[in-house]
Design a protein around this ligand. Structure first.
Ligand SMILES: [Cu+2]
Length: 86
């Protein structure tokens, strides 16, 4: 609890506005095949981090996520949505 509230204060400090603390996280999700999958995957990531940038490439089955969220949390959300990263 304590670490969560201090993290929030940290992130809302004006000093940090404009600083890019997001990281690129790449996933390979072979089970994606159509626009519905793209939507479902994007939505799953956004449930973890509504600010995340999600870029899905159906040809390569790769998902690029730009987010400050924990990678494992995104993996969990993807698995829950039915998209197991390889
Ligand atoms: Cu699909």
């Amino acid at each position: 609890m304590m670490s969560m509230s201090s993290a929030r204060v940290f992130l809302t400090l004006p000093l940090w506005e404009g600083l890019d603390c997001f990281v690129m996280i790449q996933f390979n999700i072979p089970s994606m095949s159509c626009g519905h999958c793209v939507k479902a995957v994007t939505q799953a990531v956004h449930e973890v981090d509504s600010q995340a940038k999600v870029d899905v490439n159906l040809d390569t089955k790769k998902v690029d996520v730009e987010s400050g969220a924990d990678r494992q949390k995104i993996v969990d959300a993807l698995v829950e949505a039915g998209y197991q990263p390889a």
